[in-house]
Structure formats: structure tokens, C-alpha cells
Design a protein around this ligand. Structure first.
Ligand SMILES: *Cc1c(COP(=O)(O)O)cnc(C)c1O
Length: 378
């Protein structure tokens, strides 16, 4: 009775390319597509290739390992890795032509040492903390960092190609911190330019800012989640011309008729009020289906959306489909674009009190991944 994969994440590469093109067109300036965290769960290399097919000018990842994996797969586009800690293999990054971000003097020292050792000029983005209080040099540290980078640039060891920061509240486009961060950023840029770092590209905007805040676009934007067709503002992505690229689905494993009042799944937190049909779905929290979805999260099964019945287990969950016809092998859709009756990742996020980012980035485990569309395919 099984037809097709037991459980699969279907990724529409054409949607990723089209979303990239829509955003690139909207901003009319270079776009760095963020493909960290395995392309937000869509697959690092295929997602990267699809964004490039859609017109991305550069790629952004968190860690050097992600950048090296892209290079190993033959991706040659400009590529920034920004989450660099002490003792990183900077030499490998330079050898692979990976641009690096520097937050602090010690980070610059490590890059300069690697540049001397390898004889390569390091392409750097200097990060300033304009108010997120996460990465970046504080405005107090910034003049010293900039001066040291300018010296290293004069010595030919580094080339400062970016000046950048990150917003705390871009998903609340009227929040007063946005104007404050923009103004701190502009002051930091002025300090860097005065120190002779005149050629660096300025970039600040994540997806929400790319969609909603033109005053943050500067010389390049850096969207992630919107590339995958999810609305960073939590609304309808179609309002921004975006199309969700991910569909998460599984095949029913087993069905059974049960009498009213049986207890369903661990702890019996669900009981049908009348005789009904249960369907067992073979995915669980080890596959990235949040346990918080127990009795709350919707799925499309047997022609209608229904809440998961009882607890989500490690490998499976149960549905109550009433008297609707369902058979082993039937398709159950957890989330997708929402255009065929299935729930969206946003609906799931609302149900389990998180953001769609977390859901798509964590789905995995024993789900197979299947690509549809041809953008960037090799
Ligand atoms: C993840 C990330 C982005 C992309 O954020 P989205 O909200 O997904 O667009 C941009 N810049 C930095 C520094 C990030 O960490």
C-alpha cells in the first residue's frame, strides 16, 4: 500500500530562485542570500545554487565549515562566513576564498597571522554592534578595531570589503530601535571611512528589513528566511510576492477503528468522544516534529486539516480522522505553501509558540529530502 517515501521534505528550487529574484528586484542592489543552517533546512548546496540562479550576488553562512562545504561542492560565488570564534581554521577559509567577519581585535590578529602564513589577502567584513548586543564590536571598541584593520589593509594583509551590523527589531518595522541602530551604524561607517576604509560595502538588512525597511538597505541586503518563501513579518508571504519552498509530508503507517473513550498515545492526553478511525503517522520529535505540537498542531489528512491527537512521540504521532476514509500509504501534510489545503509553517509556529524559522531549520532526522524544480540544478 505504501507509495512514495515514508516521510519527506520536498523542496521547490524554483520557488527559492523566484523568491530571490523578487527580493533582488525589489531592492535593486546586491543581495547576499543567507544559506546557513543547511539552507534553513532546505539543503545547503541546492539552496545556494537556486539562489544564485535567481540572481543572488553573494552567499552568507554562519560558520566556516558551511562555507568550505559550499566550495567543496564547486560553488564559486562570493561567500561570507560570519560566526568566527578563536582558533578557527582561518587559513583554510582564506585558501578557499571565503570572506570572514571580524568582531574584535583578537579576531583581526588571527586573520592577519593567517594572511601572513598563507601569503593571501584576507577579505574582511568588520562588524559593529549597533544595539543587538550580540556579535560585533561595541561603538567604544570600534575606532581601535577600524584603525588596526586600516593598518593591516595598508600592509596588504587584509582587504576590508564590508562594514556591517544586525538589527534587533526588524520584524517590528516601526520600532524605535531601528532608527537608533541605523544612526549608530552610519556613525560607525563614518569612523571607518575616516580611517581609510573607503571601499567597503555597507550591509544591515535581514529579511524583515529587506521587505519592510528601505532605509536599512545600504549597499547590499542579507535576507535568509524570505528566500525560502516565509514571511519574516509573520503574515502572508504572497503579500510580498514570496512562495514557500518547503513541504513536509509523510505516509500513513497504520489505521484502525477504535471505540469511544480510548486513550491515545502516551499519557492518554486525547480520547475520541465516539467510535472513530485513528491513523498513525511515522514521524516524531526525533525528526524535528515538535513535541509541543501534541494536541495542538494541524496537519492535512483525508481531505481536511486536523489537530494531532495526543502526544507527539519520538518516531510517530496519531490522528483522529473520524469517519473519513483513510488508508495506510495515504499522504499527510504537516506544512507547505498552504495553497492546497495544507497548514503553513506559520500556522505550526503559532500552534507551538515558536517561529517558522525554528521549524524549517530543525526538520530533518529520518525525513528524506526531495527536490523539485530545476533552478540551479547541475
Ligand atoms: C541569519 C542571519 C541573517 C538572515 O536573517 P533572516 O531573518 O532569516 O533574513 C542575516 N544576517 C545575520 C547576521 C544572520 O545571522
Amino acid at each position: 500500500m505504501m507509495n512514495g517515501a515514508r516521510a519527506e521534505v520536498v523542496v521547490d528550487l524554483d520557488a527559492i530562485a523566484a523568491n530571490t529574484a523578487v527580493l533582488r528586484e525589489r531592492v535593486g542592489r546586491p543581495l547576499m542570500a543567507v544559506v546557513k543552517a543547511d539552507g534553513y533546512g532546505h539543503g545547503l548546496v541546492p539552496a545556494a545554487r537556486a539562489t544564485l540562479a535567481g540572481g543572488a550576488d553573494a552567499l552568507g553562512v554562519a560558520v566556516v565549515e558551511e562555507a568550505l562545504a559550499l566550495r567543496a561542492a564547486g560553488v564559486t560565488a562570493p561567500l561570507l562566513a560570519w560566526l568566527n570564534g578563536p582558533g578557527e581554521d582561518v587559513g583554510a577559509a582564506l585558501a578557499a576564498d571565503v570572506e570572514l567577519s571580524v568582531n574584535a581585535g583578537w579576531g583581526l590578529d588571527e586573520v592577519v597571522a593567517a594572511a601572513r602564513a598563507t601569503g593571501r589577502t584576507a577579505r574582511l567584513h568588520l562588524k559593529v554592534d549597533t544595539g543587538l548586543s550580540r556579535g560585533g564590536a561595541t561603538p567604544e571598541q570600534w575606532p581601535d578595531l577600524v584603525a588596526a584593520a586600516a593598518r593591516a589593509q595598508a600592509d596588504g594583509e587584509v582587504d576590508v570589503v564590508g562594514l556591517w551590523s544586525h538589527l534587533a527589531y526588524a520584524d517590528a518595522p516601526t520600532h524605535p530601535t531601528i532608527g537608533l541602530q541605523v544612526s549608530v551604524f552610519e556613525q560607525a561607517v563614518a569612523v571607518a571611512r575616516d580611517a581609510g576604509l573607503t571601499d567597503a560595502r555597507r550591509h544591515l538588512a535581514n529579511s524583515a528589513a529587506t521587505v519592510a525597511l528601505p532605509e536599512t538597505w545600504f549597499d547590499m541586503v542579507r535576507p535568509g528566511v524570505a528566500i525560502y518563501g516565509l514571511d519574516p513579518l509573520g503574515g502572508d508571504p504572497a503579500a510580498h510576492g514570496l512562495r514557500p519552498a518547503m513541504t513536509v509530508q509523510a505516509r500513513v503507517l497504520l489505521t484502525k477503528r477504535v471505540p469511544a473513550g480510548v486513550g491515545v498515545s502516551y499519557g492518554h492526553t486525547y480520547s475520541p468522544r465516539s467510535e472513530t478511525t485513528l491513523a498513525v503517522v511515522p514521524v516524531g520529535y526525533a525528526d524535528g516534529v515538535p513535541r509541543a505540537g501534541s494536541n495542538r498542531a494541524p496537519v492535512l489528512a483525508a481531505g481536511a486539516q486536523r489537530l494531532i491527537a495526543g502526544r507527539v512521540c519520538m518516531d510517530q504521532f496519531v490522528l483522529d480522522v473520524g469517519d473519513d476514509p483513510v488508508e495506510p500509504g495515504d499522504r499527510v501534510v504537516l506544512w507547505g505553501p498552504g495553497t492546497d489545503g495544507e497548514p503553513t509553517a506559520q500556522q505550526w509556529a503559532d500552534a507551538v509558540d515558536t517561529i517558522h524559522y525554528e521549524l524549517v531549520a530543525r526538520i530533518g532526522g529520518r525525513f528524506a529530502r526531495r527536490y523539485v524544480g530545476s533552478a540551479g540544478a547541475v
